[in-house]
Design a protein around this ligand. Structure first.
Ligand SMILES: Cc1ncc(COP(=O)(O)O)c(C=O)c1O
Length: 313
């Protein structure tokens, strides 16, 4: 059964195809919106669609909105209900990406944050694998530096910042790589164009701290917790030099879109032996098991959309 993507737009639920913004919408002209990417993961085994860590995404959406001086006029419960309605009414039985966005919705000219109305919208879309999560990927260091907190804070998921990510991603694509790794302006490893990065050295995980201009990822937090609780592995948050990645035993990327994707090559050098490493493999398996609700101890991170009420076409 295929679904019809729905949207929550201007306070109402409607087909995504009918939800339109005007040309003068502030967010469209100036990048003045903040957003989230949330996954709903289809489990063929349970015939159920599972939302992953929605509460954490809503919390980050609120933090991002503060940076752009936006008030979200909906409570967390109302946002979650709207999100749930969008997904359940869309009726898909496949992996989805859900996009809540708080945007400067007024049709008005003028670069500013104040005196511009904002609104919440939510839509969903079918979305499969973003990177080759099974086979692993090849990365390059980007010539584009990660945007600094003193320019646009990367910890806020602001639409306008994604020009920085898009420049890096497309440069990597032109050069024949799967993904870009961006450095901060002082030369430390920051993150991928849409993922956080981990390296493994002698059984210890390392990942850049928030002050190296990362988006503080929810998948990153999930990987850190799973590695510690299930594998007994510590993660150290510290700045990482580019050359450290070359000598690492393993490198992997984490993100809502990318899940946990092993990196097999960086700047034409094999990472470890160039194969998926044991720790990346175990973290990935745990993450998949959790998001597909196979591990009851992490059941509080997932929420069933259809709750067994799926009507077969
Ligand atoms: C730039 C950037 N870094 C990291 C991430 C990973 O964050 P999360 O795991 O919350 O999806 C994302 C994805 O949203 C991103 O766009």
């Amino acid at each position: 059964m295929t679904g019809t993507p729905m949207a929550f737009f201007q306070g109402e639920l409607m087909p995504l195809a009918e939800a339109k913004i005007g040309l003068m919408t502030h967010a469209f002209n100036y990048g003045t919106a903040v957003f989230e990417g949330i996954r709903a993961n289809w489990s063929a085994e349970h015939e159920e669609l599972y939302l992953f860590r929605t509460a954490e995404h809503i919390k980050r959406l609120r933090r991002s909105a503060k940076v752009l001086e936006m008030e979200i006029r909906y409570s967390d419960e109302e946002i979650l209900e709207a999100l749930y309605q969008v997904v359940s009414q869309s009726g898909f039985q496949e992996d989805l990406y859900i996009r809540p966005m708080v945007y400067k919705s007024q049709q008005v000219l003028g670069v500013r944050l104040h005196d511009v109305e904002d609104d919440l919208l939510i839509y969903c879309s079918p979305f499969g694998a973003y990177l080759d999560v099974d086979a692993g990927i090849r990365c390059c260091t980007s010539s584009w530096r990660r945007v600094e907190d003193t320019a646009i804070p990367a910890r806020a998921k602001v639409t306008g910042i994604y020009v920085n990510s898009a420049l890096a991603k497309t440069e990597a694509w032109h050069r024949g790589y799967d993904e870009a790794i961006m450095l901060s302006s002082d030369g430390h490893v920051s993150e991928g164009s849409g993922e956080n990065i981990f390296m493994v050295v002698d059984g210890v995980l390392y990942t850049p701290p928030p002050q190296d201009n990362i988006l503080v990822g929810i998948t990153r937090a999930t990987a850190i917790e799973l590695a510690e609780r299930e594998l007994g592995l510590k993660t150290v948050e510290r700045s990482i030099a580019r050359s450290e990645l070359y000598g690492a035993d393993e490198v992997f990327l984490t993100g809502t879109a990318a899940h946990c994707t092993p990196v097999l090559e960086i700047d034409d050098r094999k990472v470890g032996d160039g194969k998926i490493g044991p720790i990346a493999g175990q973290v990935q398996k745990l993450y998949f098991d959790v998001m597909l609700n196979r591990l009851p101890q992490y059941g509080h991170w997932v929420e069933a959309v259809y709750k067994g009420n799926l009507v077969q076409a």
